[in-house]
Ligand binder design. Structure first.
Ligand code: ZN
Length: 224
């Protein structure tokens, strides 16, 4: 059985919008017969041409949400402006609560049924059914709660700049060890990782037996 590898592309808030960078990463996944999982905030989603979003969705890539909460480490520049926390509600940069977050994504054709979050444990999207957090590259999909919301959680290993050889070896070993109940996930930032760097990791993973599938498919295929 091929091992499901999820490639989670985190699109960062603030001034780090890189449509060309995002497109290059999606292209690197598609060139290897795979489907990317893309996480967008409402502002980032609005910056991507609707025709581009539609073409990604139509060709099988997963377009979900990426949220940086009010208490993200890099506040205020790294906050996406949405939160249900009391302190954020009165902050001058507040754009709305998490219901607004989901509604504004839906308004540009993005549905927050799959998401990654930088504020684990609070501020979740009511419509989210799957979630990705940092952590181990290999995990079994697990039930988790965010506030009052129940989601299915997997973890991901980050690919940072200059780390492609190290991460490629790590991901390949995780693919080799992956149980039928588990999925492997690597995460990278659209604004800083090149298609070449991601490609090194993908080629090593594929050589080890992985197929790159969207997050929802990987979670669905992992045995309970
Ligand atoms: Zn992020």
């Amino acid at each position: 059985m091929p091992v499901p590898l999820v490639v989670w592309i985190h699109c960062e808030p603030g001034d780090r919008v890189s449509i060309a960078g995002l497109a290059a990463l999606v292209g690197a996944v598609a060139a290897r017969g795979g489907h990317a999982t893309i996480g967008l905030s409402p502002a980032y989603a609005a910056a991507v041409a609707p025709s581009l979003l539609a073409s990604w969705a139509a060709t099988g890539h997963q377009i979900g949400a990426h949220h940086h909460g009010y208490f993200a480490r890099d506040l205020p520049a790294g906050w996406d402006g949405y939160s249900d926390t009391g302190a954020a509600a009165v902050h001058p940069d507040t754009r709305g609560g998490m219901a607004d977050f989901a509604n504004r994504l839906a308004g540009v054709g993005v549905f927050a049924d799959v998401a990654s979050v930088a504020s684990a444990g609070f501020d979740w999207v009511a419509s989210a059914t799957h979630e990705v957090t940092g952590g181990a590259a290999r995990s079994a999909p697990m039930p988790a709660t965010h506030g009052t919301y129940l989601v299915t959680q997997i973890t991901s290993a980050p690919l940072g700049v200059g780390q492609s050889a190290t991460v490629a070896a790590h991901i390949a070993s995780e693919v080799a060890l992956c149980l039928p109940s588990q999925v492997v996930c690597v995460a990278c930032h659209a604004h800083e990782i090149s298609a070449g760097e991601l490609g090194v990791v993908l080629d090593a993973a594929i050589a080890a037996g992985a197929v790159i599938v969207r997050a929802a498919q990987a979670i669905a295929e992992a045995a309970p």
